[in-house]
Every structure is written in structure tokens, then in C-alpha cells.
Design a protein around this ligand. Structure first.
Ligand code: ATP
Length: 318
């Protein structure tokens, strides 16, 4: 089915006969595969008598050679047409002994995930589903604030590509105004005090223009700018930003990044509720500390909060 898609991706008309000949199958088998393309991948195919079949819009697929041509050649890149989740594949690769660093990308995720088992909506060829695997030898300091570092790199990659309003929400979201454009999910295996691997999962909404599956306000690069983007270029730009900020973090620790992160935090000074399971703490955002923990003023007293189970929500009176 995906071979057929690769023949159609130029957005031109192709006759059923030519497609059948290229694939070594009958015209009715081509027809069946086209129906699967529409049903499984949500793509729309125009059928015109006498001309053949045409994708409703051309597709720019992920391509390792193009990623390298855009400047990111250092990391081995594994591209999947369809996968459960790029983070899950990255974790399996670590288990198989694949040498880090390496990058896992996919055209779509069938079970894309957010924090605490939540779902990340991941339609085919629209967005970026990206997991970078690093080996960490240096103990806890190298993990401190890491998901905030990744957020900053994602935000700068988006700004570089013209999404000037991209900004941060503690701990791990990138928003445009109050709409989510990217999410980050870090997963760790091994002993963080000794040698471990960390998977830096990043989902960015790139060319997605509609979906009714996301249950909160969202946006995409194309909705913000009115044009479509080449995801191969985005992978390379994101790679450059990740290299820059990970190197700074490695050399100087999170403290070197704290004030820049705060400058781009959308909710500085806002009245929020911090949700931890069934518990809720109301306060005002003061900023973050030198390890990336949230500083909240609660009943006039400053307190810090950290941990993967925390979510921040704006209060109605903020
Ligand atoms: P938190 O503040 O705890 O991070 P969150 O709702 O942003 O809350 P995440 O785990 O970061 O949680 O992300 C998962 C959530 O993101 C989903 O529950 C859904 O609401 C939303 N979501 C899922 N897919 C997308 C997408 N492609 N674009 C934007 N938002 C999405």
C-alpha cells in the first residue's frame, strides 16, 4: 500500500494501468489498495475517468537523504511508515543494543502517547513524531531539567521556521497563545545515577489542519502561517537546536538555561492550579529554579514543585 502511495505522492494523475504495471498487480487490486489508503491513512484520492488517480495534495514524505541535505547528518535516522509509537520503538532499540545517539521518526503513530498514558494524535505524513535517544553517563545532573531543555530547543526550531509566537508552558508543552502546537515526553531506562538511556520524544503539529480527535485547544505550523512545511527541514533545524541546548546543558547544567526558559514562559506571574492526581494547589507562578522545578507563591509563601505527575492549569481569575 505504501509503495502505491510513493508512486502517487507527486500529486499528479496516474492511470490505473500504469500503477498496476509498476506494482505488478491488476487494476482491481490497485483500486482496492486505493480504498485502503483512504480508509486507513485518512488520505483523499481523486478519481477521474480517462485520467486515473491523483492525491488531493502532493505529499512530502520523510527522507533521510533530505534531512542530511538540510544539515543533520550526525545521527543515524530510522524512518518508519507506521509504528505504535516512536518512543516505544526507541525503547525496543535500546533493549536490542542499538548504539546511541540515534533518531526514530515515523509518518504516523498508531498508539502515540503523551504523559500518564494519554494519547498523542498522530495522523499520516502531517506532523513530526520524533524520538532522539541519548546515552547518559554522567549521573543525575545531566537529567535535571532535561524536558525543559528539549522544550526550549523545540520552541526555537519553531521560531526559526516562522512561528514567532511559539512559547513554553511548564513543564513540557509548547504553545501558541493558549493552543498546543507540540508536546514532549521523556522516558528513561537504566540507572540514572550511573549509565542510562533517555528517549527524548517530541510531537510537533506541522501540516495538520483538522482533526476532531484532540480534546484540547491545538494549532499547527500550517494553521499559524497559512502554508505547508517540509518536515525534513524541520527535523534538521530541530536537530541543530537540540545539539546546541543539550551541549550547553551538558557543560553548565540547567542553571545556565533557567533564565532564558523563564523569559519564554507564557504563564509567568499568572494565577494557576497545580494538579497532582486528585490534589490541587492554587498559587501564582514565580518561575522555575536552577533544576527546572516550578516556583509557586502559595498563600504568600514561595514553594517549589517537581516531578512527572504534575500538571498546570490557568485559574479562571488569572
Ligand atoms: P499536562 O499539562 O499535564 O502536560 P496535557 O493535556 O498537555 O497536560 P500531555 O501528556 O502533555 O498532556 O499531552 C497529551 C494531551 O495532549 C492529550 O490528552 C490531548 O489533550 C492533547 N493532544 C493529543 N494529541 C495532540 C496533538 N496532536 N496536538 C495537540 N494536542 C494533542
Amino acid at each position: 500500500m505504501l509503495t502505491l502511495l510513493k508512486l502517487l505522492k507527486d500529486g499528479r494523475f496516474h492511470s490505473g494501468q500504469a500503477l498496476g504495471a509498476a506494482l505488478g498487480i491488476s487494476r482491481s487490486a490497485v483500486w482496492k489498495q486505493l480504498q485502503h489508503l483512504e480508509a486507513d491513512l485518512g488520505l483523499s484520492v481523486h478519481k477521474v475517468r480517462g485520467k486515473g488517480y491523483q492525491l488531493a495534495k502532493p505529499l512530502l514524505l520523510l527522507d533521510v537523504a533530505q534531512i542530511c541535505a538540510n544539515g543533520l547528518c550526525e545521527w543515524p535516522v530510522h524512518v518508519f511508515d507506521s509504528i505504535d509509537s516512536t518512543n516505544a520503538e526507541a525503547l525496543r532499540s535500546i533493549e536490542r543494543g542499538v548504539q546511541a545517539p540515534f533518531l526514530v521518526l515515523a509518518e504516523r503513530q498508531i498508539a502515540g502517547r503523551g504523559r500518564r498514558g494519554r494519547k498523542w494524535v498522530s495522523p499520516f505524513a502531517d506532523n513530526l513524531y520524533h524520538s532522539l535517544v541519548l546515552r547518559i553517563d554522567g549521573g543525575m545532573r545531566q537529567i535535571e531539567g532535561l524536558s525543559l531543555v528539549v522544550g526550549l530547543a523545540v520552541m526555537h526550531a519553531l521560531r526559526d521556521m516562522g512561528i514567532a509566537e511559539a512559547a513554553l508552558k511548564w513543564p513540557n508543552d509548547v504553545l501558541v497563545g493558549d493552543k498546543k502546537i507540540a508536546g514532549i515526553l521523556l522516558e528513561l531506562v537504566g540507572d540514572p545515577a550511573d549509565v542510562c538511556h533517555v528517549v527524548l520524544g517530541v510531537g510537533i503539529n506541522v501540516n495538520m489542519r483538522s482533526t476532531d480527535e484532540v480534546d484540547q485547544q491545538w494549532t499547527s505550523m500550517s494553521l499559524e502561517s497559512g502554508r505547508d512545511f517540509d518536515r525534513n527541514e524541520l527535523v534538521a533545524r530541530l536537530g541543530a537546536k537540540l545539539q546546541q541546548y543539550l551541549a550547553l546543558h551538558h557543560e553548565a547544567g540547567f542553571a545556565a538555561i533557567q533564565s532564558e526558559w523563564e523569559r519564554f514562559h507564557l504563564w509567568q506571574g499568572r494565577a494557576v492550579s497545580l494538579i497532582a492526581g486528585v490534589n490541587r494547589i492554587d498559587g501564582v507562578v514565580m518561575g522555575i529554579d536552577h533544576q527546572g522545578a516550578l516556583r509557586l507563591k502559595v498563600d504568600g509563601v514561595e514553594k517549589t514543585f517537581s516531578g512527572g505527575e504534575l500538571s498546570l492549569r490557568l485559574r479562571d481569575d488569572s
